[in-house]
Design a protein around this ligand. Structure first.
Ligand code: C2E
Ligand code: MG
Ligand code: MG
Length: 285
């Protein structure tokens, strides 16, 4: 009897596992089809200079509208793509589309005198960063678009930087090409502030969980991250700014740039292009 019951449980487990594997495989096929059929789009979220309120650039965020299903949030499918070679396809598509778009905007209307030349930030997954092909993928996108390398920012997570020497080498090579590197989700991993000095990065993005926290200890930590980053010559971007007092606090802490719903939500390309052409406040100089 016990044996029979045990086998029953194993069968249920097999069934659940099989269903999960099937769902995953189906999602992988849907992602690949989606890329091939033009179901992906890019949303652009403005990144603003805190001291002057000027538009510094955009973060490119992928958007997928699945036919018959509707919009599927990146968190629901990017991890699946990251589990397979598909993530390379996603990143390559994004690199090409985002660099092409910024190059087009620049060609249509050059930056007004005194206005910053806008940058575009693209998220690169850890798995892709560990693949030597990432170098030619980035070079290809720059060549195809004609975008100057210094206007492209690659966002990577800190875990990759700490754990993977190969990924580190690739970042060093990418930086030598003139591309900037930003650490995304900073503060959520195991990186100590001191390690920042030795990392091949230019920008630190403070995770929104710290920005949103009202705990005095967290606020102090944000101030510390900003001071340390500045000591090492890094630019600091605060993410997920939703409240005016968060922005005021960041300004007092001399955070360089901010991104969040309080400022702008991610927007379609047409809106982002129009924003780029709208008058900007004068710089601080
Ligand atoms: P991320 O790179 O940290 O992107 C910021 C996320 O925070 C975006 O979510 C953005 O819409 C959201 N956000 C911005 N401001 C606020 C705010 O004030 N409050 C709140 N609650 N959220 C805010 P999204 O677009 O859903 O992207 C989620 C994550 O998916 C990204 O996090 C990134 O890790 C990944 N991802 C998105 N696009 C791509 C891509 O093209 N390639 C890769 N590899 N990953 C991507
Ligand atoms: Mg990002
Ligand atoms: Mg982020």
């Amino acid at each position: 009897r016990a044996k029979a019951a045990g086998r029953g449980r194993a069968e249920i487990f097999d069934e659940t596992l099989r269903r999960q594997l099937n769902q995953r495989a189906a999602l992988e096929v849907a992602i690949a089809t989606g890329l091939a059929n033009g179901e992906m789009q890019v949303a652009y979220q403005p990144v603003m200079e805190v001291a002057t309120d000027r538009l510094m650039g955009y973060e490119a965020l992928i958007r997928w509208t699945r036919p018959g299903v509707g919009p599927v949030a990146p968190d629901q499918w990017i991890p699946v793509a990251e589990g397979s070679r598909l993530i390379g396809e996603v990143d390559r598509w994004m690199l090409h589309e985002a660099t092409r778009q910024l190059a087009q905007w620049r060609a249509e209307s050059p930056a007004a005198p005194g206005a910053p030349d806008p940058t575009i930030a693209v998220n690169i997954s850890g798995r892709h960063l560990a693949d030597p092909r990432v170098i030619s993928d980035v070079a290809d996108a720059l060549e195809a678009s004609g975008l100057p390398a210094h206007l492209l920012v690659l966002e990577v997570t800190e875990t990759v930087l700490v754990d993977d020497p190969l990924a580190n080498d690739h970042l060093t090579e990418l930086r030598a090409m003139g591309v900037s590197i930003a650490i995304d989700y900073f503060g959520t991993g195991y990186t100590s502030i001191g390690q920042l000095r030795n990392m091949p990065v230019d920008t630190l993005k403070i995770d929104r969980s710290f920005v949103a926290s009202t705990e005095p200890a967290h606020r102090e930590l944000v101030a510390l991250m900003i001071r340390a980053a500045h000591t090492f010559g890094l630019t600091v971007v605060a993410e997920g700014v939703e409240e005016p007092d968060q922005l005021a606090q960041l300004k007092a802490q001399e955070c360089d740039q901010a991104q969040g719903y309080l400022l702008y939500r991610p927007m379609p390309a047409t809106e982002a292009g129009a924003l780029l052409r709208s008058p900007q406040p004068a710089g601080s100089l």
